[in-house]
Write a protein of this length. Structure first.
Length: 77
């Protein structure tokens, strides 16, 4: 599921129990988190380094993101 806020530009995805949030201004992301906390117990990873089992390595200067799944093959075997 992908959804967005009409006025502050926050966009988020929900996959099972993982949210990924794209935002401009931390206060806009905090607004979403405050709403979620009213209903759910949540934790936040402001580095954005983990999502749905993926490890994300962000390079904001180069505007890239490397995705990996450490130990995936070993666990699968």
């Amino acid at each position: 599921m992908v959804s967005s806020h009409k006025t502050n530009g926050v966009v988020f995805t929900l996959v099972v129990d993982n949210f990924g949030v794209k935002y401009m201004g931390r206060e806009n992301a905090e607004h979403l988190m405050d709403l979620l906390r009213k209903i759910y117990s949540i934790t936040a990873d402001w580095t954005g380094s983990k999502y749905i089992g993926l490890t994300l390595n962000w390079d904001y200067k180069a505007r890239t993101c490397d995705l990996s799944m450490p130990d995936y093959i070993d666990k699968a075997l």
